[in-house]
Design a protein around this ligand. Structure first.
Ligand code: A3P
Length: 317
Protein backbone atom coordinates (compact mmCIF):
# COMPACT_ATOMS: atom_id res chain seq x y z
CA UNK A 1 0.00 0.00 0.00
CA UNK A 2 1.18 3.50 -0.75
CA UNK A 3 2.84 5.08 2.28
CA UNK A 4 0.79 8.23 1.75
CA UNK A 5 -2.55 6.41 1.75
CA UNK A 6 -1.48 4.61 4.92
CA UNK A 7 -0.29 7.85 6.56
CA UNK A 8 -3.65 9.58 6.13
CA UNK A 9 -5.90 6.53 6.53
CA UNK A 10 -7.35 7.65 9.87
CA UNK A 11 -7.87 11.24 8.82
CA UNK A 12 -9.60 10.20 5.60
CA UNK A 13 -11.82 7.72 7.41
CA UNK A 14 -13.45 10.61 9.28
CA UNK A 15 -14.41 12.50 6.11
CA UNK A 16 -18.00 12.55 4.79
CA UNK A 17 -18.54 10.16 1.90
CA UNK A 18 -21.32 9.73 -0.57
CA UNK A 19 -23.49 6.73 -1.31
CA UNK A 20 -23.79 7.55 -5.00
CA UNK A 21 -20.07 7.59 -5.55
CA UNK A 22 -18.06 5.65 -2.97
CA UNK A 23 -14.82 6.95 -4.41
CA UNK A 24 -15.53 10.49 -3.31
CA UNK A 25 -15.05 12.10 0.08
CA UNK A 26 -15.63 15.70 1.12
CA UNK A 27 -12.52 17.60 2.20
CA UNK A 28 -12.50 21.33 2.97
CA UNK A 29 -15.72 21.88 1.03
CA UNK A 30 -14.83 19.94 -2.14
CA UNK A 31 -15.37 16.35 -3.21
CA UNK A 32 -12.14 14.43 -3.82
CA UNK A 33 -11.18 10.93 -4.81
CA UNK A 34 -9.57 8.93 -2.01
CA UNK A 35 -7.52 5.76 -1.79
CA UNK A 36 -6.02 4.63 -5.06
CA UNK A 37 -7.31 6.38 -8.09
CA UNK A 38 -4.92 5.19 -10.74
CA UNK A 39 -1.91 2.96 -10.94
CA UNK A 40 -1.91 1.89 -7.28
CA UNK A 41 -0.55 5.30 -6.34
CA UNK A 42 -2.31 8.02 -4.42
CA UNK A 43 -1.91 10.35 -7.42
CA UNK A 44 -4.67 12.99 -7.54
CA UNK A 45 -6.24 11.65 -4.35
CA UNK A 46 -7.11 13.57 -1.23
CA UNK A 47 -4.22 11.90 0.63
CA UNK A 48 -1.73 13.64 -1.67
CA UNK A 49 -3.41 16.97 -1.03
CA UNK A 50 -3.04 16.37 2.71
CA UNK A 51 0.61 15.41 2.28
CA UNK A 52 1.29 18.56 0.25
CA UNK A 53 -0.43 20.66 2.90
CA UNK A 54 1.83 19.11 5.54
CA UNK A 55 5.11 18.99 3.66
CA UNK A 56 5.26 21.23 0.62
CA UNK A 57 7.36 24.38 0.84
CA UNK A 58 6.82 26.94 -1.91
CA UNK A 59 9.69 29.16 -3.05
CA UNK A 60 9.19 32.86 -3.83
CA UNK A 61 10.23 32.28 -7.45
CA UNK A 62 7.79 29.40 -8.03
CA UNK A 63 4.95 29.61 -10.53
CA UNK A 64 1.84 27.48 -9.94
CA UNK A 65 -0.54 26.77 -12.82
CA UNK A 66 -3.95 26.10 -11.34
CA UNK A 67 -7.22 24.95 -12.87
CA UNK A 68 -10.24 22.73 -12.57
CA UNK A 69 -9.85 19.69 -14.86
CA UNK A 70 -10.78 20.17 -18.53
CA UNK A 71 -10.46 23.94 -18.58
CA UNK A 72 -7.26 24.29 -20.63
CA UNK A 73 -4.60 23.03 -18.19
CA UNK A 74 -2.57 21.38 -20.95
CA UNK A 75 -2.57 24.56 -23.03
CA UNK A 76 -1.60 26.74 -20.05
CA UNK A 77 1.23 24.34 -19.22
CA UNK A 78 2.59 24.51 -22.76
CA UNK A 79 2.36 28.31 -22.99
CA UNK A 80 3.95 28.89 -19.59
CA UNK A 81 6.74 26.39 -20.27
CA UNK A 82 7.49 27.95 -23.66
CA UNK A 83 7.43 31.48 -22.20
CA UNK A 84 9.64 30.74 -19.20
CA UNK A 85 12.14 28.65 -21.15
CA UNK A 86 12.43 30.72 -24.31
CA UNK A 87 16.05 31.64 -23.74
CA UNK A 88 16.98 28.00 -23.21
CA UNK A 89 14.82 26.51 -25.96
CA UNK A 90 14.90 28.87 -28.90
CA UNK A 91 11.82 29.51 -30.98
CA UNK A 92 13.66 30.01 -34.28
CA UNK A 93 12.56 27.76 -37.08
CA UNK A 94 15.92 25.99 -37.35
CA UNK A 95 16.02 25.02 -33.69
CA UNK A 96 12.30 24.43 -33.23
CA UNK A 97 12.38 20.68 -33.94
CA UNK A 98 14.41 20.34 -30.77
CA UNK A 99 11.90 22.14 -28.61
CA UNK A 100 10.75 19.78 -25.81
CA UNK A 101 7.10 20.59 -26.52
CA UNK A 102 7.47 18.90 -29.90
CA UNK A 103 8.73 15.66 -28.46
CA UNK A 104 7.30 15.37 -24.98
CA UNK A 105 3.90 16.17 -23.55
CA UNK A 106 3.18 19.48 -21.76
CA UNK A 107 2.34 17.26 -18.77
CA UNK A 108 5.90 15.98 -18.74
CA UNK A 109 7.32 19.48 -19.14
CA UNK A 110 5.22 20.78 -16.23
CA UNK A 111 4.38 18.18 -13.58
CA UNK A 112 1.24 18.03 -11.49
CA UNK A 113 1.96 18.51 -7.81
CA UNK A 114 -0.57 15.96 -6.66
CA UNK A 115 1.40 12.91 -7.72
CA UNK A 116 3.61 10.76 -5.56
CA UNK A 117 6.47 11.30 -8.02
CA UNK A 118 6.30 15.05 -7.41
CA UNK A 119 6.00 14.68 -3.65
CA UNK A 120 9.10 12.51 -3.60
CA UNK A 121 11.12 15.01 -5.60
CA UNK A 122 9.49 18.47 -5.88
CA UNK A 123 12.68 20.08 -7.18
CA UNK A 124 12.40 18.35 -10.54
CA UNK A 125 9.60 20.76 -11.43
CA UNK A 126 12.18 23.53 -11.72
CA UNK A 127 9.84 26.10 -10.22
CA UNK A 128 6.99 25.57 -12.67
CA UNK A 129 4.26 23.16 -11.59
CA UNK A 130 0.53 22.62 -11.90
CA UNK A 131 -2.31 21.65 -9.64
CA UNK A 132 -6.08 21.19 -9.60
CA UNK A 133 -6.26 21.75 -5.83
CA UNK A 134 -8.97 24.31 -4.87
CA UNK A 135 -7.62 27.66 -3.64
CA UNK A 136 -8.71 27.08 -0.05
CA UNK A 137 -6.84 23.76 0.12
CA UNK A 138 -3.54 24.94 -1.38
CA UNK A 139 -0.55 24.32 0.89
CA UNK A 140 -0.22 27.34 3.17
CA UNK A 141 3.29 28.17 1.98
CA UNK A 142 1.88 28.86 -1.52
CA UNK A 143 -0.46 31.46 -0.08
CA UNK A 144 2.11 33.04 2.21
CA UNK A 145 5.18 33.11 -0.05
CA UNK A 146 5.82 35.58 -2.88
CA UNK A 147 5.26 32.95 -5.56
CA UNK A 148 2.83 33.45 -8.45
CA UNK A 149 -0.42 31.61 -9.18
CA UNK A 150 -2.03 31.50 -12.63
CA UNK A 151 -5.57 30.14 -12.92
CA UNK A 152 -7.35 29.23 -16.12
CA UNK A 153 -11.13 28.86 -16.25
CA UNK A 154 -13.55 27.93 -19.01
CA UNK A 155 -17.31 28.06 -19.43
CA UNK A 156 -18.99 25.19 -17.57
CA UNK A 157 -20.89 23.84 -20.57
CA UNK A 158 -17.70 23.19 -22.51
CA UNK A 159 -16.02 21.84 -19.38
CA UNK A 160 -18.77 19.26 -18.90
CA UNK A 161 -18.64 18.33 -22.59
CA UNK A 162 -14.87 17.94 -22.45
CA UNK A 163 -15.11 15.90 -19.23
CA UNK A 164 -17.66 13.55 -20.72
CA UNK A 165 -15.48 12.87 -23.76
CA UNK A 166 -12.44 12.46 -21.53
CA UNK A 167 -14.11 9.68 -19.54
CA UNK A 168 -15.08 7.94 -22.77
CA UNK A 169 -11.47 8.05 -23.90
CA UNK A 170 -10.39 6.69 -20.53
CA UNK A 171 -12.60 3.68 -21.17
CA UNK A 172 -14.74 4.61 -18.19
CA UNK A 173 -17.70 5.95 -20.15
CA UNK A 174 -20.50 7.60 -18.26
CA UNK A 175 -23.95 8.47 -19.63
CA UNK A 176 -24.15 12.16 -20.44
CA UNK A 177 -27.31 12.46 -18.30
CA UNK A 178 -25.48 11.01 -15.31
CA UNK A 179 -22.37 13.09 -15.89
CA UNK A 180 -24.51 16.21 -16.14
CA UNK A 181 -26.32 15.34 -12.93
CA UNK A 182 -23.11 14.83 -10.95
CA UNK A 183 -21.34 17.85 -12.46
CA UNK A 184 -24.31 20.14 -11.67
CA UNK A 185 -24.15 19.03 -8.05
CA UNK A 186 -20.38 19.41 -7.81
CA UNK A 187 -19.96 15.69 -7.29
CA UNK A 188 -16.95 15.22 -9.47
CA UNK A 189 -13.22 15.00 -8.95
CA UNK A 190 -12.04 18.28 -7.36
CA UNK A 191 -15.59 19.20 -6.44
CA UNK A 192 -17.91 21.94 -7.56
CA UNK A 193 -16.58 23.54 -10.70
CA UNK A 194 -18.25 26.86 -9.80
CA UNK A 195 -16.85 26.96 -6.25
CA UNK A 196 -13.42 26.13 -7.63
CA UNK A 197 -13.56 29.02 -10.12
CA UNK A 198 -15.01 31.50 -7.63
CA UNK A 199 -12.34 30.66 -5.03
CA UNK A 200 -9.55 31.61 -7.42
CA UNK A 201 -11.50 34.53 -8.88
CA UNK A 202 -11.93 36.13 -5.46
CA UNK A 203 -8.26 35.49 -4.67
CA UNK A 204 -7.28 37.25 -7.92
CA UNK A 205 -9.31 40.29 -6.86
CA UNK A 206 -7.82 40.32 -3.37
CA UNK A 207 -4.25 39.65 -4.51
CA UNK A 208 -3.95 40.78 -8.13
CA UNK A 209 -0.14 40.71 -8.00
CA UNK A 210 -0.18 37.12 -6.85
CA UNK A 211 -3.07 35.48 -8.71
CA UNK A 212 -3.65 35.93 -12.43
CA UNK A 213 -7.09 34.81 -13.59
CA UNK A 214 -7.30 33.78 -17.26
CA UNK A 215 -10.17 32.50 -19.39
CA UNK A 216 -9.81 29.80 -22.05
CA UNK A 217 -12.13 31.78 -24.31
CA UNK A 218 -9.96 34.94 -24.06
CA UNK A 219 -6.90 32.88 -24.93
CA UNK A 220 -8.73 31.70 -28.02
CA UNK A 221 -10.04 35.15 -28.96
CA UNK A 222 -6.93 37.21 -28.38
CA UNK A 223 -3.96 34.92 -27.73
CA UNK A 224 -1.42 37.67 -28.32
CA UNK A 225 -2.50 39.95 -25.51
CA UNK A 226 -3.19 37.02 -23.15
CA UNK A 227 0.26 35.52 -23.77
CA UNK A 228 1.91 38.92 -23.19
CA UNK A 229 -0.09 39.30 -19.98
CA UNK A 230 0.97 35.81 -18.84
CA UNK A 231 4.65 36.45 -19.62
CA UNK A 232 4.62 39.73 -17.71
CA UNK A 233 2.86 38.16 -14.74
CA UNK A 234 5.30 35.26 -14.40
CA UNK A 235 8.16 37.75 -14.37
CA UNK A 236 9.44 37.13 -17.88
CA UNK A 237 7.89 39.89 -20.05
CA UNK A 238 8.62 40.09 -23.77
CA UNK A 239 11.26 42.67 -24.61
CA UNK A 240 10.59 45.36 -27.23
CA UNK A 241 12.81 43.41 -29.60
CA UNK A 242 10.84 40.20 -29.00
CA UNK A 243 7.60 42.02 -29.64
CA UNK A 244 8.87 42.80 -33.14
CA UNK A 245 10.71 39.57 -33.96
CA UNK A 246 7.58 37.43 -33.79
CA UNK A 247 8.42 35.63 -30.50
CA UNK A 248 4.87 35.98 -29.21
CA UNK A 249 3.39 34.54 -32.41
CA UNK A 250 5.95 31.73 -32.42
CA UNK A 251 4.94 30.69 -28.91
CA UNK A 252 1.25 30.83 -29.82
CA UNK A 253 1.90 28.65 -32.88
CA UNK A 254 4.13 26.21 -31.01
CA UNK A 255 1.47 25.76 -28.31
CA UNK A 256 -1.47 25.86 -30.69
CA UNK A 257 -3.96 23.00 -30.62
CA UNK A 258 -3.00 21.60 -34.05
CA UNK A 259 0.70 21.63 -33.30
CA UNK A 260 0.49 20.01 -29.87
CA UNK A 261 -2.15 17.56 -30.97
CA UNK A 262 0.10 16.39 -33.80
CA UNK A 263 3.19 16.25 -31.56
CA UNK A 264 1.37 14.12 -28.99
CA UNK A 265 -0.30 11.71 -31.39
CA UNK A 266 0.03 8.10 -30.37
CA UNK A 267 2.15 9.32 -27.44
CA UNK A 268 4.38 6.67 -25.94
CA UNK A 269 2.72 5.06 -22.99
CA UNK A 270 5.82 3.83 -21.29
CA UNK A 271 5.64 4.24 -17.53
CA UNK A 272 2.75 6.64 -17.81
CA UNK A 273 -0.81 5.95 -16.91
CA UNK A 274 -2.43 8.01 -19.61
CA UNK A 275 -1.29 8.41 -23.18
CA UNK A 276 -0.58 12.00 -24.12
CA UNK A 277 -3.14 12.36 -26.90
CA UNK A 278 -6.00 11.96 -24.44
CA UNK A 279 -5.66 15.65 -23.55
CA UNK A 280 -6.43 16.84 -27.07
CA UNK A 281 -9.88 16.59 -28.59
CA UNK A 282 -11.26 19.60 -30.48
CA UNK A 283 -10.00 22.64 -28.60
CA UNK A 284 -12.85 24.93 -29.63
CA UNK A 285 -15.25 27.23 -27.81
CA UNK A 286 -18.93 26.34 -27.74
CA UNK A 287 -18.76 22.66 -28.75
CA UNK A 288 -21.22 21.93 -25.93
CA UNK A 289 -24.15 22.96 -28.16
CA UNK A 290 -23.49 19.79 -30.17
CA UNK A 291 -23.99 17.54 -27.15
CA UNK A 292 -25.96 19.15 -24.33
CA UNK A 293 -29.73 19.41 -24.43
CA UNK A 294 -31.51 22.77 -24.11
CA UNK A 295 -32.59 21.77 -20.58
CA UNK A 296 -29.03 20.95 -19.56
CA UNK A 297 -27.80 24.29 -20.91
CA UNK A 298 -30.57 26.14 -19.08
CA UNK A 299 -29.78 24.36 -15.82
CA UNK A 300 -26.05 25.07 -16.07
CA UNK A 301 -26.77 28.73 -16.88
CA UNK A 302 -29.08 28.91 -13.88
CA UNK A 303 -26.41 27.48 -11.56
CA UNK A 304 -23.90 29.98 -12.95
CA UNK A 305 -26.32 32.83 -12.31
CA UNK A 306 -26.95 31.72 -8.74
CA UNK A 307 -23.33 31.00 -7.90
CA UNK A 308 -22.05 34.25 -9.41
CA UNK A 309 -24.78 36.40 -7.90
CA UNK A 310 -23.21 39.58 -6.53
CA UNK A 311 -19.91 38.98 -8.31
CA UNK A 312 -18.74 41.05 -11.23
CA UNK A 313 -17.91 37.89 -13.10
CA UNK A 314 -19.02 36.11 -16.25
CA UNK A 315 -17.70 33.07 -18.04
CA UNK A 316 -16.20 33.49 -21.49
CA UNK A 317 -18.35 32.48 -24.44
P1 A3P B 1 -12.06 19.81 -25.60
O1 A3P B 1 -12.37 18.48 -24.99
O2 A3P B 1 -13.21 20.76 -25.54
O3 A3P B 1 -11.48 19.70 -26.96
P2 A3P B 1 -7.31 20.09 -19.81
O4 A3P B 1 -5.99 20.33 -20.44
O5 A3P B 1 -7.58 21.01 -18.65
O6 A3P B 1 -7.50 18.66 -19.51
O7 A3P B 1 -8.42 20.51 -20.85
C1 A3P B 1 -8.58 19.76 -22.03
C2 A3P B 1 -9.28 20.63 -23.04
O8 A3P B 1 -8.36 21.59 -23.58
C3 A3P B 1 -9.75 19.80 -24.24
O9 A3P B 1 -10.92 20.49 -24.70
C4 A3P B 1 -8.59 19.94 -25.19
O10 A3P B 1 -8.91 19.64 -26.52
C5 A3P B 1 -8.24 21.41 -24.99
N1 A3P B 1 -6.86 21.73 -25.39
C6 A3P B 1 -5.73 21.00 -25.18
N2 A3P B 1 -4.68 21.62 -25.72
C7 A3P B 1 -5.13 22.76 -26.28
C8 A3P B 1 -4.49 23.82 -27.00
N3 A3P B 1 -3.21 23.80 -27.25
N4 A3P B 1 -5.28 24.84 -27.44
C9 A3P B 1 -6.60 24.86 -27.18
N5 A3P B 1 -7.26 23.88 -26.52
C10 A3P B 1 -6.53 22.84 -26.06
Amino acid sequence: MSIIVERYKDKVSTLPTNDENQNLCMYEGFWHVHGFYINSKADFCVEVIMALQDDFQAQPTDVFLTSHPKTGTTWLKALSFAILNRSKFKLDLGSLPHHPLLTISPHDCVPFMETEAFLNNPSYANGLMATHIPYTSLPKSIISSDCRIVYVCRNPKDVLTSYWHFFRKLNTPIKLDDGFELFSRGMNHYGSFWDHVIGYYKASLEHPDKVLFLKYEDLKKDPESEVKKLAKFVGNPFTEEEKYDGSVQKIIKLCGFENLCEANKGGEQTSKVLSDDIYFRKGVVGDSVNYLTTEMIQTLDKITKEKCDGLDFSFGA
